[in-house]
Ligand binder design. Sequence first.
Ligand code: WTA
Length: 676
Amino acid sequence: MSSPGTEKPVIEAVSQTFDSLMREDRVFPPPPEFAAKAYIGSAEAYERMYAESIADPNAFWAKAAGELEWFEPWTSVLEGSGADATWFAGGKLNLSHNCVDRHARGARKDKVALLWEGELCGEDGRPKEIRKLTYGQLHEEVQRFANVLKAQGVKKGDRVAIYMGLGPELAIALLSCARIGAIHSVIFGGFAAHAISDRVNDSDCQIILTQDISYRRGGEVKLKQIVDEAMAKCPNVRRVIVYQRAPHAASGISMTPGRDVWWHQEMAKVSGFCPAEPMDSEDPLYILYTSGTTGKPKGLVHTTGGYSVQTYLTSKYIFDLKEEDVYWCTADIGWVTGHSYVVYGPLQNGATVLMYEGAPNYPANDRFWQIVDDHKVSIFYTAPTAIRAFIKWGDDWVKKHDLSSLRLLGTVGEPINPEAWMWYHREIGKERCPIVDTWWQTETGSILIAPIPGAVSTKPGSATKPFFGVAPQIVTKEGEPVPAGQGGLLVISKPWPSIARTIWGDHERYVQTYFSEVKGHDGKGIYFTGDGARRDADGCFWLMGRVDDVINVSGHRLGTMEIESALVAHGKVAEAAVVGRPDELKGQAIAAFVTLEEGNEPTEELRQELRKWVAKEIGALARPDDLRFTQMLPKTRSGKIMRRLLRELATTGEVKGDTTTLEDFGVLAKLRENDE
Ligand code: WTA
């Protein structure tokens, strides 16, 4: 994790959250009426299953895998360890088959698989577009689009980039790739052209799937135009398949002859029959880029068997998914949460999955509650950032709607502050819905720490207990266990099936990043999460935020170095340092410190220009909230930027911490001067 130019990770009390968590002692046992119907309905049942899963993980995971369909059985459950673990070797399966065919051929043929609501509303403020696809219909669509991909020459192992809005076609795109063994690489629709071309080129995608526009907060996002801009830097892309989302040709969309084709026209040319390709358990399923501590996002590679099994089982037990549930995870499919818990996990369970295209505050602040009420949503899974926005908008928006269909709530993506947890529990869950605070990462593939809702008591702000087979530990940098109650580094000591197997094209970086930072007594690397945490006397985990140079803005993961690289790419910037500071709504906000090239004036205009520049280079989500000009940056004697000092300054306006390694003390006075 120690890339040049950065400090070593330190356990920093992400102070405010940590202080409030230290004082939190409320406990909420599972509601008895919930526990009575749950898959796992008592603390004893959880403890017993957990103990068994740790004592004999192979037996536990083999049993779980047996609930899915395999074309050929595996010959061994787990082989190897650490960065070289493989799961279900020798087995053949197809995730698209387990998500769709298995249900479409059986009793769920006419059950709604995808229930989608578009953002557009009529003059009465009511939604204009609702689409329902049964498992039978989804089966047909997925086979047909898989044939479109084949007709375009896509073969097993080829990479396909996907840059689309949230709609059924996006899910169909993923499932179609999985069906023929093409490796999808979904790029979040909020990323800018530059971020697209970087990702497309890194994994050499030759096909990109997109759509003309998507709707967001009443406006149009011109996805195809952004792709066109990106394609100028992607010489290897030979085909762009464009789904037409607008009811009639959207303005400003042009099709490049020989390269661009329309989704619906291609669909009309092919048959609706395409058998699922038997995939080796360790064949790559997808690549998903995420931010780390260097300037370049890493393409994490997930493989088929272990990922299928663990997303299936966590969905079943953590969301207690039942036949009659209407399940809604509000995440975009551009993030890992959307991959695992909008598409693959719930569909493997044969659930009815709700998808909503747009913003929570369009046309008004109660859109989400209106959706819950209209579609009788029973399981609702969202991010703490969204909850904090709902609190800010006021309870009246919630009270207008009947939320009695809800039976389980979830959160993901960042630590939830106890106040937000309590509001969620009271105002949305009406004190009868368990809340599952789910901790995991793009790298882990599925949830690793979360309460099993019918079994484990919840505590506001704690993700509570590990999932079956998962062994989290809190250790020092030297790998020594930290006593209960004290903060340390969160590591996962045993292999689990859904871990990403590598970084695309750079296995060495994978080993370096995840298996070199913390070592066990045998000298072997233990998976390091990059998060700080503590474990309380009851064995519950309290996540304290990142200990590296990754920041979490509204649940979106960003690398400070990534934003710095974008800033220094601007001709007027000499040096830049970016840090996160606490923000009430977003969890963390982005603070940038910038020194200018000789001859440039630090004007307000330039400040705004640079903020816009970052949005244009990476995407609006990376736009710095604060941008300060400074004459120098605080550095150590070896020339590393002391981000810790900048974090302190951005957070409290002062620097009180240890400055002994600072090279030039004058820089602090200068920084304060510039801090008008
Ligand atoms: C943070 C999102 C506290 C954490 C699934 C992690 C959380 C990073 C939680 C991964 C949670 C995620 N409580 N922190 N329940 N869930 N995080 O890869 O810092 O986008 O390392 O995956 O989000 O973010 P990623």
